[in-house]
Write a protein that binds this ligand. Structure first.
Ligand code: PLP
Length: 417
């Protein structure tokens, strides 16, 4: 079992200076200081390759897709279709038709809620989530549950910030229609045993949606090996553009689902008497998509996949280890949870010091962190908190970033805590 301090002895290494050089914004000052960006959990910065791909697409290749017979539209369509295959490869999906483009993780989850689950839901049914979910993986289920007298139930989280998998297993029953679970908590950084969770749900015939918003940028993913039914992620958290999301859904599920939004691009034949719908995945992509954004997502995946994921993990595990050690040494500072396996985020609080004030004071030192409830109010309430401060890491963070954070926190907590 891995310990809280996760350091690998030998792993391929990452040239972090070269990675940082790929992100122009990191060279810009913030609040008049060299920028220390520790808010990638909210949204990651973009490498030059992604910025350029999007700009060049608009400059040379842009037209609406799938509707034009002229060369430019064909090229734009080819780029869009190619991006879908790239996402398929990234996720290890069996078929490109299993990849639906959305606006973000939130929209992907709403799509599954409305198109897959809502038509099946009956009074007394249960949708099982966990206490550590982001509101995006709670509220869509509540909205559809309320329409049918169904309810959303949440598996507990331990004091260490780990999912109680025994309790989760016991909560899967004949009324459970869906299990929706984050792979990585955006607050605690806890990595949930997703393969084990999927297997437990499937043993009782329950489909699983995995919220991968905080995992695809840190951990390898293979939807077939893990037998995942639905998986959602956002391009903007994996060094891609904002405004583009992905839903992976097994083909047999998608084939049985009706559109959730009406419009152009999703239909087969339209008349005032009757409309029939087109093939998957187009049936779920009403209207003109973010064509250039999807192209930029493909560029982000190309950029990210040039690195060995083990090297990325080793680097981020190292940052996590030294970050935890440094923050735990700040007198009066409390780190939220102590899960055996965590990635991406460390949240903390200081008695007598509001998390917003911590965030505002760190900003004066050029340090960007997040403060608030991080769209996870039930989880904070579980720990008796209204909110917390959160430092989150990306591939470009280095030891100096962690040291700068710890130094500022020592000063702030020493003076005001
Ligand atoms: N799920 C998790 C675990 C997240 O961390 C986030 C965003 O922070 C979301 C869902 C929602 O992502 P988006 O706002 O891109 O839809």
């Amino acid at each position: 079992m891995r310990t809280d301090v996760q350091e690998r002895v030998s792993a391929p290494s990452l040239d972090v200076d070269a990675v940082r050089a790929a992100f122009p914004i990191l060279a810009e000052p913030m609040s008049g200081r060299p920028m220390v960006f520790l808010d990638s959990g909210a949204s990651a910065q973009k490498p030059e390759a992604v910025i350029r791909a999007q700009a060049e697409f608009y400059r040379h290749d842009y037209a609406n897709i799938h509707r034009g017979v002229y060369d430019l539209s064909q090229r734009a369509s080819d780029a869009f279709d190619g991006a879908r295959r790239k996402v398929q490869g990234f996720l290890g999906a069996a078929d490109w038709r299993e990849v639906v483009f959305t606006r973000n993780t939130t929209e992907s989850i709403n799509l599954v809620a409305w198109s897959f689950l809502e038509p099946k839901l009956q009074a007394g049914d249960e949708i099982l989530v966990t206490t550590m979910e982001h509101h995006s993986n709670i509220v869509p289920w509540q909205i559809i549950a309320a329409r049918h007298g169904a309810k959303v139930v949440a598996a507990p989280v331990s004091d260490a910030g780990e999912l109680d998998t025994a309790a989760l297993r016991a909560m899967i029953g004949p009324r459970t229609r869906m299990l929706a679970c984050s792979w990585v908590s955006n607050v605690l950084g806890t990595v949930n045993p997703i393969g084990e969770i999927v297997a437990a749900a499937h043993a009782q015939g329950v489909p699983v949606l995995v919220d991968a918003a905080q995992s695809v940028q840190h951990l390898p993913v293979d939807v077939q090996a893990l037998d995942i039914d639905f998986l959602a992620f956002s391009a903007h958290k994996i060094y891609g553009p904002s405004g583009v999301g992905v839903l992976y859904a097994r083909r047999e599920h998608l084939e049985g689902m009706q559109p959730w939004q009406g419009g152009g691009g999703i239909v087969d034949r339209v008349s005032f008497e009757e409309t029939t719908y087109g093939e998957i995945p187009f049936r779920f992509e009403a209207g003109t998509p973010d064509i250039a954004g999807v192209h930029a997502l493909a560029a982000a995946l190309d950029w990210f996949r040039q690195f060995d994921i083990e090297a990325v993990q080793a680097h981020e595990d190292h940052l996590m280890a030294i970050g935890l050690r440094a923050l735990q040494q700040v007198p009066g500072l409390n780190v939220l949870g102590a899960p055996a396996h965590r990635t991406g985020a460390i949240s903390f609080w200081v008695d007598g010091l509001h998390h917003q004030d911590i965030g505002a004071m760190l900003d004066l030192d050029g340090i960007a962190i997040r403060s608030g409830h991080h769209c996870a109010q039930p989880l904070h309430r579980r720990f008796g908190l209204e909110g917390s401060a959160r430092a989150s890491f990306g591939i470009y963070n280095n030891e100096a970033d962690v040291e700068a954070l710890a130094k500022s926190l020592r000063y702030i907590v020493g003076k005001y805590g």
